[in-house]
Design a protein around this ligand. Structure first.
Ligand code: NAP
Length: 325
């Protein structure tokens, strides 16, 4: 019997490749970056499983892959899946929940602290020789306290809860949340308080966007929402760039509607070097690194590989996404 064939569209740790190779024939992209879509499409004819973070799994993709049983995303977000098309063809779709929660929550805190205490801006000031006695007024260096401030988390899921835990118990913050469904367990365990979206935006010193990207959450935060925020508040986006109207954020920052922002995600990635957000000193910009530590990325790749092998053994993979259950 021939081994099932797995296509891997990005570089993965050798240990994960070796694990998959024990059971499968592996075809992989071993350069930096991601396998281009056209190249993937040309190879799909006899592929049983795909591991990816970047390929859009739509009708065209599925038409090229008559043997495909599973697409295993090496990420928790799966906005690259056309779940209706996958369901129609009986293709499993999986993600890698839980193993990255703490790493992503750490970056949310990093963005809050860096933007409010002006870490990147003042780092530049020091390195460029601007820290000179007599040249700066005391208040030129002032930021906003993070401790004891109010944070509003939009999307109280696994990562939202990890952010709530840090902000509540590490920084003594008042933690508000807005979610599609109310979370009584989180309210009890973490002492977080439910608010409507509008109430959360009006009351928070920090607004953290943490929902998945879906048709419901696309441009969920727009001009009118930034207008509801405090003028002294910071907006943190670590979900997906398209959950907010980025142009509206740019204008809110340019017009002083809010004080600053911390961003890990953008409408276009990699972000356009001419994007005005990149030249704003009150905006901290990271290159989509929420889960980017060697350990977490390894755990994500292993989780994704296990999902593939389970599906190829004829069982339901553990991390099948909700829409395909
Ligand atoms: P999760 O556990 O599924 O949590 C998502 C939460 O968002 C759930 O509580 C869900 O509510 C809520 N939600 C969904 N749609 C909503 C809506 N229309 N309005 C209000 N709330 C809504 O997911 P997670 O593991 O925390 O991850 C969240 C997202 O973070 C991922 O999908 C991914 O896009 C992003 N992410 C980014 C990075 C990065 O590197 N920047 C890394 C990891 C994840 P219900 O429970 O009521 O459905």
């Amino acid at each position: 019997m021939t081994s099932p064939k797995v296509l891997i569209s990005r570089k993965l740790p050798e240990e994960v490749i070796a694990y998959l190779s024990e059971h499968c024939e592996v075809v992989r992209w071993s350069q930096d970056g991601f396998m281009p879509r056209e190249q993937a499409l040309a190879m799909l004819e006899d592929i049983d499983a795909v591991l990816t973070t970047s390929l859009n799994i739509d009708d065209e993709f599925l038409r090229h892959a008559p043997k495909l049983k599973i697409v295993s995303n090496i990420s928790v977000g799966y906005n690259n899946f056309d779940t209706a098309a996958m369901k129609a063809r009986g293709v499993y779709g999986t993600n890698t929940p839980s193993v990255l929660d703490d790493s992503v929550a750490d970056v949310a805190l990093a963005l809050m602290l860096a933007s409010a205490r002006r870490v990147t801006e003042l780092d530049q000031l020091v390195k460029q020789g601007g820290w000179q006695r007599g040249k700066l007024k005391e208040e030129d260096l002032f930021g906003l306290d993070v401790h004891h401030a109010t944070v509003g988390i939009i999307g109280m899921g696994r990562i939202g809860e990890a952010i709530a835990q840090r902000t509540k118990f590490g920084f003594n913050m008042n933690v508000l949340y807005y979610n599609r469904n109310r979370k009584p367990d989180a309210e009890e365990k973490l002492g977080v308080q439910y608010r409507t979206l509008e109430e959360l935006l009006r009351e928070s010193d920090f607004v953290v966007m943490m929902t998945p990207l879906t048709s419901e959450t696309t441009h969920m935060i727009r001009k009118e929402h930034f207008a509801m925020m405090k003028q002294s508040a910071f907006f943190i986006n670590i979900s997906r760039g398209q959950t907010i109207d980025e142009q509206a954020l740019i204008e809110a920052l340019q017009e002083g509607v809010i004080r600053g922002a911390g961003l890990d995600v953008y409408t276009q990635e990699p972000v356009d070097p001419n994007n005005p957000l990149l030249s704003m000193p009150n905006v901290v910009t990271l290159p989509h690194i929420g889960s980017a530590t060697a350990k977490t990325r390894f755990d994500m790749a292993m989780t994704a590989a296990r999902n593939v092998l389970t599906a190829l053994q004829g069982q339901t993979p553990p991390d099948l996404v909700n829409e395909l259950k």
